[in-house]
Design a protein around this ligand. Sequence first.
Ligand code: ATP
Ligand code: MG
Length: 273
Amino acid sequence: MLEVNSLTRQYGSKRAVDRATFTVAQPTMIGVIGRSGAGKSTLLRMLNRLTDATDGSVTVNGRNVTRLTGAARREWQSRCAMIFQQFNLVPRLDVVSNVLHGTLNRRSTLATMFNLYPQSDIHRAIEILDRLGIAEQAPKRTEALSGGQQQRVAIARALMQDPEIILADEPIASLDPMNAQVVMQALRRIHEEDGRMVIANLHTLDTARRYCDRVIGMRDGRIVFDGTPAQLTTGIAREIYGAGADFSEAATSTEIETLDREMEAVRVSDALV
Ligand SMILES: Nc1ncnc2c1ncn2[C@@H]1O[C@H](COP(=O)(O)OP(=O)(O)OP(=O)(O)O)[C@@H](O)[C@H]1O
Ligand SMILES: [Mg+2]
């Protein structure tokens, strides 16, 4: 159903994503891993057309979505909802209104201006919040909620679009371990119960292993691994992250990056002595 072929994004002389190629035949929960700057966000953003590809294609059920414009592009974007690390909600607005924003694509300008929503949409929003265990938060201001609750509001907003694919860019990177677990479990349930495809950039390998059926590893813009968590040995993980022997599966991509810079600084100072 999803075919990504030689997808490339060039920024000046740098290839953020370099000929990424993979196929997803059925709804799968996929984790994308790799160190900071590997190209994970750029890949996800090209899938839903927030970023335009320089080259290559994304084909969904036989239809190339890479060059869609205007209404067709917006229609595609509503079919592959995106969730972000920083939630991207309107903090001062109540929870249910934030969720109802998920229907913006199909509402008239006038209805939007006056904040008019059909009763059926409001019912659906509450149902979705209930499913995510936060229905009682519906009337509250969104900024009054915990990070984990806010991310569930963002997931509810995405579900309001009834998307085939949910793209999540580091959905748990700002959350404490307890909330991170709740959010990952919510994404997993949505995948299993609704049969939606989920593609999540994850900043730790152990999260990808625990929740995903398939893991894609990126390094320097390229896909260097594509397989099951079982196939992802510690040796391969080390290659993906370009990390040393002290590599830990629970380390975040940013930690690995920092560690590496510190090691480089040590090597440079050793060379100077
Ligand atoms: N708008 C842009 N302009 C120029 N360079 C960019 C832009 N967006 C991304 N890049 C570069 O492309 C590369 C890949 O960036 P990307 O954000 O996709 O990585 P990432 O794997 O998501 O990293 P992180 O784990 O830090 O989020 C990086 O070198 C980055 O600096
Ligand atoms: Mg990123």
